[in-house]
Design a protein around this ligand. Structure first.
Ligand code: 5GP
Ligand code: ZN
Length: 112
């Protein structure tokens, strides 16, 4: 198993846990780009959004709904951003699907 996020889910690589259930795991990004920067990942290895199908719709919805709840728990009442980078041109650097939750500062548009 050479996937860093699979190793984090398995507990083989330490992480600062924010939330966990049967399907997903959420933890602090090691290189935070905002005062709150969490990553939410499915426990099963899916390389990216490009490999998902309609069969993954409830898992993907669960990731977003959990991000909304974690944002509330972290006091992001003025707003926040969820981002899923996909593939090289999407800026994805870790090939295990993940949803970024960023907040605690003003976000800008368009992203880089
Ligand atoms: P991507 O660029 O693929 O959208 O996001 C990957 C994210 O994973 C980056 O924000 C990076 O800081 C984070 N990351 C990479 N390796 C680790 C790690 O070992 N632990 C944690 N907590 N985050 C990591
Ligand atoms: Zn993985």
């Amino acid at each position: 198993m050479d996937c860093i996020f699979c190793q984090i889910v398995a507990g083989a690589v330490p992480s600062k846990k924010a939330y966990e259930d049967e399907q997903i795991y959420a933890f602090a990004d090691i290189d935070p780009r905002a005062p709150v920067h969490l990553l939410l990942v499915p426990k099963k290895h899916i390389p990216s959004l490009a490999q998902t199908t309609e069969a993954d719709a409830s898992l993907l919805g669960h990731l977003q709904a959990t991000a909304a709840r974690l944002a509330q728990e972290h006091g992001l009442d003025k707003g926040y951003r969820t981002v899923m980078n996909t593939g090289p041109e999407g800026g994805q650097t870790v090939s295990h699907l993940h949803l970024h939750l960023l907040g605690g500062r003003q976000m800008h548009w368009p992203p880089g």
